[in-house]
Write a protein that binds this ligand. Structure first.
Ligand code: SF4
Length: 248
């Protein structure tokens, strides 16, 4: 009598118990690709609760001085830019006065900032352009701003947000890092992170998201060692490993 093998019988090779990968067991579970909307909402609720009116740190008195300060801030610290602009704006705080001051003098006044030669040239050239094409005013439009010498997407976004109250998000090195670590908006390029944040941030928080995230990246979620132990959103952030509090 032939005994038919049950079709349910397990293949001894396939059913072999494979040895577990000890490294995989130690690995933390993969972080979610993006945060759930309720988590994003809670993150910004906490940022808002702690600091309802966040401010940038570049000193300025109007859209023009803000524009100049932001142009000077590429690859420089805000503190370094403020030190230079205090001297510069004391002599020229309008496009007309900047053109009259001239490139050589502007160069001397900002020589403590990196790339100062090129920046002096751009500051005078953009001032000339503002006078010639915009009646000496800073245009509240991304397209018009990006046509000015030395002004790219990031600078235009800062000016639109800070001077004109638009819900734009300028992705600098801090925002790029925070967007990726927190998974608020993971992306390989600043533009990808910017567009991801625009989509993720709830409308009620869009106006100030830029400043909350930049200040968070600058003072808490630092590049080399994020200070997770004192982070407001530590329980919501999937980044691992978290930095523990320093021991005395
Ligand atoms: S928990 Fe750590 S990694 Fe996450 S946002 Fe806070 S400081 Fe950054």
């Amino acid at each position: 009598m032939t005994v038919r093998q049950s079709s349910k019988r397990r293949d001894p090779i396939k059913s072999e118990v494979r040895p577990k990968d000890p490294a995989a067991a130690k690995r933390p579970p993969a972080a979610p690709r993006r945060l759930k909307p309720a988590v994003v909402e809670e993150i910004f609720r906490r940022f808002h609760e702690r600091d309802p009116e966040p401010r940038g740190e570049l000193e300025h008195v109007d859209p023009y001085t803000l524009l100049v300060a932001v142009v000077l801030s590429a690859q420089a610290t805000d503190a370094g830019v403020n030190k230079a602009t205090r001297k510069l704006f004391a002599q020229a705080s309008t496009p007309e006065a900047m053109v009259a001051l001239g490139e050589e003098r502007v160069r001397e006044l900002i020589r403590t900032i990196g790339l100062y030669r090129n920046k002096a040239k751009n500051v005078v050239a953009l001032s000339e352009r503002l006078i010639a094409e915009h009646g000496g005013a800073v245009p509240p439009s991304r397209a018009a701003l990006e046509l000015l010498p030395g002004v790219g997407r990031k600078t235009a976004n800062v000016v639109l947000n800070t001077a004109f109250g638009e819900p734009t998000i300028a992705v600098d090195t801090h925002l790029f890092r925070v967007g990726n670590r927190t998974r608020l908006a993971p992306g390989k390029t600043p533009l990808e992170v910017e567009l991801g944040l625009e989509k993720a941030v709830p409308a009620a928080y869009a106006r100030h998201a830029h400043h909350w995230l930049i200040l968070h990246g600058r003072y808490v979620c630092k590049a080399r060692k994020p200070e997770c132990w004192r982070c407001l959103i530590e329980d919501l952030c999937p980044f691992e490993p978290k930095t523990p509090a320093p021991t005395a």
